[in-house]
Every structure is written in C-alpha cells, then in structure tokens.
Ligand binder design. Structure first.
Ligand code: Z5A
Length: 254
C-alpha cells in the first residue's frame, strides 16, 4: 500500500483518504488488521460532554512528540459519527433530522453501523495498515451504550452487526472518560440538545450506567473526567504510557 502523507487533525475536516481503488481487494477480502499489527487504534469513550473533544485535541498534540509512536508513523484523529464524507451526511441525519425523519431505534442502529463500516473501510483500516496511529472520539462501545443499554436493543444483535460493520476490528486501547451524568448536563449548560441528547434523563442515565458496565467487562482504562482538564490529560497520557509498556512488539516504541 502506498503511504499517504496526512495532515494531523480531524479527518472529518479534510481527510485525504479515498475508497479502495479498483482492483484492490474489498474490505471483506483483506486480512484482518491484526494479521499485520502495525498501527495502533486508541478510542475515547464516555457520555456526552465528558471531555472527549477536549482530550482528543490535547492528546493529538502530545502523542506525536511523546516518543510512543514509531518513527515515521502519523497520527490521525477522527470521530464517530462523521469521520468520512458519507458519515458527515449520516451524522446530520442522526443528530438533526428534518421534521418527520427521525429514525426508529432499529434504523438508528443501522445508520450508526453504516457510518462505522465506511469509517473503518475508508479511514481507520488503511491508516493502521500503513503503520499509523488512529485516535478516535467514540467507536463500537458507544453503540453498545446508547443503542444497547440506552434504547434497549439486544446486545447480541448489536454485537453481530458490529462484527459485520468493523470486519472484527477492535481498539487496542479504550480510555473511558467517567463523568457523573449531572455534571455532564451542567457542562452542556444552555446549549441546544441534539436528537440523542434530547432523549430524556432516564435514557441518559441508562447510557451512563451502560458505559460503567462496558468498561468493567471490556477492561477499558477509566479516567476520572470530573477533574481539571490538565489532570484528565495527564491521566490519559499515563494510560497510553501504561499500554505502550506492555504492548506487543511493533505496536509502540515506548
Ligand atoms: N452515538 C450513538 O448513539 N451511537 C453511536 O454508536 C455513536 C454515537 C458513535 C454524537 O454526538 C452522538 O451520537 C452522541 C452519542 C451518539 N450523543 N449524545 N448524546 P457528538 O459527537 O456531537 O457529541 P458527544 O460525543 O455526545 O459530546 P460532545 O458534546 O462533543 O462532548 P465531549 O466531546 O465529550 O466534551 P467536550 O466538547 O470536550 O467538553 C464539553 C464541555 O465541557 C466544553 O464546554 C468543555 O470546555 C468542557 N470541559 C471539557 N473538559 C472539562 C473539564 N475537565 N472540566 C470542566 N469542563 C470541561
């Protein structure tokens, strides 16, 4: 695969990666990324307003100079939904649908899966296969939390769909920014709620509890997100350093 020089920053703001070219193997035909584990895939998860965007920016600046990334590797920062051009259209539909166009829970699940399939195919997997690092705001854990624990859709059905959408790709490290729901609502302040945020307090409480369960089950790194932003950044850095110290050879230099 040709290496592509990519600027750092949100892929959703000018990503330069295209679809696999004609004649290239389809996503399903390619070997799994872990067959040649070169890059590293790090995900930030948590309820709305827990500080993912803020930490993505801080870590995005720190990582390339941290000594953790192998020489020559690039860092790509991205988010879901909306990490590709198609995903940005889906994001608008999911969060700000026109009147009468709100998806039912099953359709909502499928739209998030479509966003993820495109994101993995067009952005994440090619970057990892090129040996680059990807730092992403939300991934599969958010679907389990919001559509599973929040909407009440069966977790087994979600897991099966996720396997199809991601081709089995899982993050190397997930950092869970743990913030009490009341604090997240306080941080939102007077900002208008999007469709998901407007789903009601009971829904958001189920999502928050779902994240706690998932973090336990999946071995996510918990960081107390109610601390000052600088402290949260330091603890995220510590989680990355800890991961690198025990990562298989080739994943990280540190
Ligand atoms: N969703 C889903 O249902 N299923 C899925 O599979 C996926 C997503 C992938 C995406 O919304 C929505 O889609 C989301 C879940 C759903 N909906 N909800 N609800 P989004 O991407 O637009 O937004 P978000 O991810 O929910 O949250 P956000 O508003 O972008 O917040 P954040 O990135 O986590 O936090 P932030 O923007 O960095 O910080 C929020 C505010 O707090 C801001 O004013 C900061 O200055 C402040 N802040 C940040 N850190 C601190 C600290 N440490 N102390 C004090 N104040 C702070």
């Amino acid at each position: 695969m040709n290496r592509v020089e990519r600027p750092q920053g949100l892929v959703s703001q000018g990503g330069s990666l295209g679809d696999p070219g004609e004649g290239e193997p389809s996503r399903q035909d390619r070997p799994g990324v872990f067959a040649s584990p070169l890059g590293c895939f790090v995900v930030l998860e948590g309820i709305d307003g827990c500080g993912k965007t803020t930490q993505l920016e801080h870590l995005g600046q720190w990582l390339p100079t941290s000594g953790l990334m192998p020489a020559g590797a690039h860092l790509l920062t991205s988010r879901e939904p909306g990490g590709t051009p198609m995903g940005r259209a889906l994001r608008e539909l999911l969060l700000h649908p026109p009147t009468g166009a709100s998806p039912c829970s099953d359709a909502e699940l499928l739209l998030y899966a479509a966003d993820r399939a495109q994101h993995v195919c067009q952005v994440i997997r090619p970057a990892l296969e090129a040996g680059d690092w990807v730092l992403c705001d939300r991934f599969s854990g958010s679907t389990a939390a919001y559509q599973g624990y929040g909407r009440g859709l069966p977790l087994e059905r979600i897991a099966a769909l996720e396997g199809f959408a991601t081709g089995g790709l899982e993050p190397d490290l997930t950092i869970w920014l743990d913030l009490p729901l009341e604090e997240s609502l306080r941080r939102r302040g007077g900002r208008a709620a999007d469709r998901i945020e407007a789903s009601g307090h009971a829904f958001l409480a189920r999502v928050a509890a779902g994240f706690a369960t998932l973090a336990r089950q999946r071995g996510w790194q918990r960081v107390d997100a109610s601390q000052r932003s600088e402290v949260v950044t330091q603890e995220c850095q510590a989680a990355l350093l800890g991961y690198a110290a025990q990562a298989p050879e080739g994943r990280a230099d540190g």
